[in-house]
Design a protein around this ligand. Sequence first.
Ligand code: GLA
Length: 436
Amino acid sequence: MHHALHSPRRSASVVLALVLAATVAAALAVGASARASRSNHRSKSRSHSVQKVVHGAGGLSITSQPWGTVPAHPPLNQALPASLYTLSNAHQMTVKITNYGGVVQSIWVPDRRGHVKDVALGFPDLQGYVTDFTNPPAGGSGDTYFGAIIGRYANRIANGKFALDAVYTLPQNNGPNTLHGGPDAYNTQVWNATPSAGPHSVSLKLTYTDPDGYNGFPGQVSNVVTYTLTQDNALHIDYSATTTKSTVINLTNHTYFNLAGEGSGDVFGQLLQINADSFTPTNANLIPTGQIVPVAGTPFDFRTLKPIGRDIHSAGAPEGNQLVLAHGFDHNWVLNGSGMKLAAVAEDPSSGRVLSTYTTEPGVQFYSGNFLVGDLVGPSGNTYRQSDGFTLETQHYPDSPNESTFPTTRLDPGQTFTSSTIYKFATAGGGHGHGH
Ligand code: GLA
């Protein structure tokens, strides 16, 4: 192998294959034992910039690899390298996360027969995210926010304005609204990343400090988002934030799921249950009207499992034109209960994959991928068309800063905002209940 590496006549593809082989070998060596690491000193030092491994107990691991460079953009205006982290457990689950926007790039989980697929929509490389998040081509799907951490204010703020002690004006990046924190928001930042391994889980801790006044928001906000993969096939996302001035905060993750595998077609046949008796209808700009309306008797009734596509084409009463305005589902459901509670259950009847979502947040934005128009190509090599994925964005209600009856999104100095969401995967076999 070393001989071939030093051959002057090697072809590019041979070199690539050998580098990959060396990377794998080096990664194994790093994890094996101190003696093995010492005797493989050369490949270890070569691998140092290529891949780092932290091993936990019982088959848990987290590795990192360089993933390219993020071009300079606000607020730092400095090009920065990004990494891709691979979190794996002993039960066939692997989650890949980049510190560019804290994006969950892929989620590999088994079906009821043990076949593993990636159930998160995304891009194969960093460039795909950078282009989509900062410069999406006109007439295409626009900014999808695939897999990203969303802040400082997830979802919409009407007319880019809100009042606290003063009136604040934000950049409008979604018609008249400010969406997902405005341009170059949390999803485009290179977060500081610290991998770690515990006895029952592996974690990636991400931090980002959002400057005072950036995108019009008051206060410097220090954010910590920790992703944790556990042995029971759950991805935990724990958020915390503090501020130097009174501000508003709403944090979420924007992963699009397709439980049959990304790029496998639409999700109309996948089943969804949302633990909510009511939702917040919107105006034509997708801003809540302020009403909290019961879902009973409307297409928004997901109180028991039903196919996502069953009512999605409904245009009429009694819900008015809600599904017309949003081109499908793109609404906030008012979750039943408080504290950490079940928000939603999704199930793909053909593969048996089940996703249960738990959260401490009061709402969930269920978005049925309405704006995907077939111009984006996922890691599968297939395109994403309308409703080829769905999001379950756990969060406070949209436009809360302008709706005094909604749970508050205000954060004051001295307080710590905290929020937790769990995406837990299992399989259901032939109607015999859930397990894995
Ligand atoms: C959120 C919004 C949608 C859309 C997507 C990204 O889910 O609610 O309207 O903007 O983000 O395309």
